[in-house]
Design a protein around this ligand. Structure first.
Ligand SMILES: [Zn+2]
Length: 434
């Protein structure tokens, strides 16, 4: 990529698509990043994800996540005063020294410094645990609940694909952590005890620890079709297989689904009782074995239509890509929300703007900004992906709102109000933040 000699990072959005004053105003709004995986200042931090995606088999990566992708050198210039325009490997070595220097200089203030570079005031940190430098008020905790769905022997599910083998190994470790926190060596022998001694105390412990939501990466592990299930049927499956050795403890997939579905509804209801939202990964990926059809947000309709779950707020994280049109009418459910995290990383702003515009023309109070900052590699750490996601998200918003001013006839004041809602006010209301 060759840019003109100026130091400033050029915008990726064609200037004909954005009203320059609106883009400037949007750049000044301090955002709430609804979904991201910041890395703590602890050595060898691995708690930034319950299912780290570096254990997967190779896939055909999307263009914007490849080494040297568009925007990476801009992020380096903005974050580390990188003096070159090309992200070459030789220059990258100098860069890691710059990153270490800032990290050393800022100490535990380093993660908050990264947020300042992104124009983000508060980041929802989707992490197994919080950690040094990752603390309120700048970072709010969103822990994981998937492991609670899989209390039986998972070897049959793990055998389905090589990626699931790695994912279920991680979930088994997570469940052992939750059992240990409940002073148990193994899951109890009946469902009632499991709910009372493990599931509810885990969720209550998260809440006490400051959690504002529970996250499900369930789409990595199974379909999002969580059906309404009789408790008696779930109890029978649990009692038949819990704690049994070898294949005696490993239920057929259809039986296990009954138990998982029951547990999901139970956890969702508990989150409503405790005042925590439920976050669901709704996007194709990660990995080349990912069940894309199983992540269609329309599969969540029974959950979103359940009168007994209306006290729980559900956020469809990543905006459902590629099912962005399907997700739009789901915003009519009073307890359904979405964020567009990750889409700013993998799509150019003009492409993301098309979905954003449709959502903002429908139910704009339910649409939230997010980056999905994530440590993918040495050249694309959570700092770079956060910075790129924040910039492209703002540019996409500017393109959508400019088109709505020019073609739908909304006023400049309304466009700015919508920008503030998406970038912070909608999340502030959802979580009752000051
Ligand atoms: Zn994420």
């Amino acid at each position: 990529m060759i840019l003109s000699g100026c130091n400033r990072s050029a915008s990726e959005a064609p200037s004909s698509l954005t009203d320059p004053e609106l883009l400037r105003e949007i750049g000044r709004i301090r955002a709430i990043d609804h979904h991201a995986h910041p890395v703590s200042t602890a050595a060898h931090d691995r708690d930034f994800d319950a299912l780290p995606v570096d254990d997967m088999e190779p896939q055909s990566d999307p263009v914007y996540l490849r080494p040297g992708a568009l925007g990476v050198a801009d992020a380096w210039r903005a974050l580390w005063a990188y003096p070159y325009h090309d992200p070459t490997p030789e220059h990258q070595r100098e860069l890691s020294g710059d990153r270490e220097r800032v990290l050393h200089e800022k100490g535990d203030q380093y993660p908050a410094w990264v947020l300042d570079q992104m124009g983000v005031e508060v980041m929802l940190a989707n992490r197994v645990t919080m950690g040094p430098g990752i603390a309120p008020p700048r970072f709010l905790w969103v822990p994981y609940a998937d492991a609670l769905l899989f209390p039986l022997d998972n070897s049959k599910l793990a055998a389905e694909t090589p990626d699931r083998k790695a994912f279920f190994a991680d979930e088994d470790i997570m469940l052992r952590r939750y059992l240990k926190a409940a002073s148990l060596d193994a899951a109890p022998r009946n469902l009632g005890d499991y709910l009372a001694r493990v599931v509810t105390p885990t969720l209550e412990g998260h809440k006490r620890g400051g959690a504002v939501a529970e996250k499900f990466e369930a789409a990595y592990l199974r379909s999002l079709a969580f059906d309404r299930t009789e408790r008696g049927a779930a109890e029978r499956v649990y009692a038949q297989y819990a704690g049994k050795p070898g294949h005696l403890g490993s239920p057929p997939a259809a039986d296990y689904k009954i138990l998982q579905d029951y547990l999901f509804w139970y956890i969702a209801a508990e989150c409503g009782r405790l005042g925590m939202a439920v976050h669901l990964h709704t996007m194709s990926g990660a990995g080349g074995y990912f069940d894309v059809g199983g992540a269609n947000p329309l599969l969540l309709e029974p959950v979103l239509n359940a009168p007994e779950l209306r006290k729980t707020k559900f956020v469809m994280v990543h905006g459902g890509w590629p099912f962005m049109r399907e997700i739009t009418p789901l915003l009519n459910k009073p307890n359904a929300y979405l964020d567009f995290s990750n889409q700013g990383l993998v799509l150019p702003p003009a492409t993301l703007a098309r979905s954003l515009r449709e959502w903002l023309e429908w139910v704009p109070e339910k649409v939230m900004f997010g980056t999905d900052a994530y440590p993918y590699s040495a050249e694309m750490g959570w700092e770079e992906t956060g910075w790129i996601g924040a910039r492209r998200g703002r540019e996409a918003l500017a393109i959508a709102l400019t088109a709505m001013m020019r073609e739908d006839g909304i006023s400049r004041a309304r466009a700015l109000e919508l920008a503030r809602m998406v970038l912070r006010e909608n999340a502030r209301k959802l979580y009752g933040l000051p």
